[in-house]
Design a protein around this ligand. Structure first.
Ligand code: TRP
Length: 425
């Protein structure tokens, strides 16, 4: 092909222009040549290692920063709150520019929270809740406005879904999200398909981002190919735009200098590396980030959790009995093959899914340490450990189901209406 050569030269030239934010990523790719690299991007998470994803390596490759004790201490000092157990236990393990956000908070300068969800199934599972549980806690601690993007457009482009269906799933998911307890006076939830069509300021930011990023750059960051539809290629500009305060004139007026903090799973980082790269060129602050690890499937940390496999996770629609059966039947056990062997050698918490889930959902540090000790020593059996988890999940899911019942169409509409939020600029 004649144009092939020309294009590859152009590609190389473009690569040289890839900004600072993406360089760590580019360099990292060449560093690990001894073992196969984990695949972590917004659409694929895979590892060939039996130990699961190597998160430390990911930090190096992505060029983010590990959340260290110094950050947690400063967090506690400035906010007066003990860091959430997701932070204390390394579930949120990586960050970008969180120190700057703390400095602003200390100086009583505003910032906002931004997170999102790609609605691909009617029912969310407990893993989907991790960023929302954490974001709700951040909203309580900092008392700041929050915007939640439902990327119905993304799911329409990537999945075999009709546009109307994707949008409807978004509204359904929004009810589950609201059931996490967000404050309607401080939270704006929006469907891309709906909001963007009504907000020129948002669309203007999308255009600005689109103009700043070349095809070769998104190819490098997201791995897009020549046969990907053009909707996918321009989508990253849509996920980038809520990072900028003037995309929400109802909340922030024309202010363009209010930075945001984005809690998300680490697979979303490519979108925000790109965003951070273009922000200064548009005269906007870079978004800060808090990255989480992935929530493991019941079948084990190496298997993929899928919203289409009802047995791979606990869904928010599950009954207490279903929760019990699923955990007992499917949760991968790190225990011994027989009771005798277990008593002798003990259980392996690092691969045991009941234990892993407890690190997410059992808040009491002392109790968790006790369970670890009892299980590792073999004094506690898998069934007993699972029983602890079952009780906690049954309670948690029942509470969300109760709260979801109180989410009326009117309340949903209120959350999703662009409006002033209770917050001083
Ligand atoms: N792309 C995300 C998903 O598929 C949804 C999303 C949009 C998001 N904006 C976000 C997630 C900001 C975290 C933070 O789930």
């Amino acid at each position: 092909m004649m144009s092939g050569e020309a294009e590859s030269i152009e590609a190389k030239m473009e690569d040289l222009k890839v900004g600072e934010e993406n360089q760590a990523c580019e360099q990292g790719d060449g560093v690990d040549d001894d073992s196969k690299e984990d695949i972590v991007d917004p659409w694929n998470v895979a590892t060939s290692s039996s130990k699961g994803i190597d998160y430390d390596k990911l930090i190096l490759r992505f060029g983010s920063t590990k959340i260290d004790d110094a950050l947690l201490e400063r967090f506690e000092k400035i906010t007066g709150h003990k860091p959430h157990h997701f932070l204390r236990r390394g579930i949120f393990f990586s960050q970008r520019d969180v120190h700057q956000i703390l400095t602003r908070y200390e100086a009583k300068k505003p910032f906002f929270l931004y997170t999102g969800r790609g609605p691909s199934s009617t029912s969310m599972h407990v893993g989907h809740l991790i960023p929302f549980i954490f974001t709700k806690w951040l909203q309580d601690v900092f008392d700041v406005p929050l915007v939640i993007q439902l990327t119905d457009d993304e799911k329409f482009l990537w999945k075999d879904l009709k546009a109307e269906e994707a949008q409807k799933l978004g509204y359904e998911n929004a009810k589950d999200i609201i059931a996490c307890g967000f404050d309607v006076n401080k939270t704006f939830i929006f469907s891309d398909m709906n909001y963007i069509a009504s907000c020129p300021e948002f669309y203007r930011n999308m255009l600005k981002v689109q103009k700043c990023v070349t095809y070769n750059q998104v190819k490098g960051i997201f791995g897009f190919g020549d046969s990907d539809c053009i909707g996918k290629i321009s989508f990253p500009a849509i996920q980038a735009s809520p990072s900028f305060s003037n995309s929400f004139p109802a909340i922030f007026g024309t202010k363009k200098d209010i930075p945001c903090l984005i809690p998300c799973a680490i697979d979303q980082d490519p979108y925000f590396r790109m965003t951070r790269d273009v922000a200064p060129r548009l005269g906007y602050p870079k978004p800060a980030l808090l990255h989480s690890t992935f929530f493991p499937a019941l079948q084990g940390a190496q298997t993929k959790m899928s919203a289409s496999d009802p047995n791979s996770s606990i869904f928010l629609t599950d009954t207490p009995k279903q929760i019990k059966t699923k955990i007992n039947k499917y949760a991968f056990s790190g225990g011994g093959a027989s009771v005798e062997e277990h008593r002798e050698k003990g259980g392996n918490c690092d691969v045991d899914i009941a234990y892993q889930y407890l690190t997410f959902f059992l808040e009491d540090d002392d109790r968790l340490a006790e369970l670890r000790e009892e299980y590792s020593s073999g004094r506690m059996l898998t069934g007993e450990l699972k029983k602890e988890l079952i009780t906690i999940l049954q309670k948690m899911v029942a509470e969300i189901q109760e709260r979801r019942k109180t989410v009326t169409e009117d309340l949903l509409k209120e959350f999703m209406t662009p409006r002033k939020l209770n917050f001083k600029l």
